[in-house]
Write a protein of this length. Structure first.
Length: 92
């Protein structure tokens, strides 16, 4: 099987293989569109910002964002850092 060894590498591998393919598309109040290359860059930026604030391996990262494109970014950023994502439901 060809592919990333870890889930944290999946997006980077996909961005290398198909950089211009659509990664995110959503309709609603705000349309969101991003290629895999765009998403990979945004995730790398977010991961860097989180790491600068001390988020890393074995840390828990609580996130309250609902089902938004930003949630996809934070999922991948947390994986890259080795952090555990803890989704928080604002409606609860």
């Amino acid at each position: 099987m060809n592919g990333p060894a870890f889930m944290r590498d999946w997006l980077a591998v996909r961005a290398d293989a198909t950089p211009e393919a659509t990664a995110l598309a959503a309709a609603g109040d705000v349309d969101v569109a991003a290629t895999y290359a765009d998403l990979d860059r945004r995730v790398e930026t977010l991961a860097g910002r989180l790491a600068a604030r001390g988020v890393g391996v074995d840390h828990a990262l609580a996130v309250c964002s609902g089902t938004r494109a930003a949630f996809v970014e934070v999922v991948h950023a947390a994986q890259r850092l080795g952090a555990t994502l803890v989704p928080v439901d604002a409606r609860a």
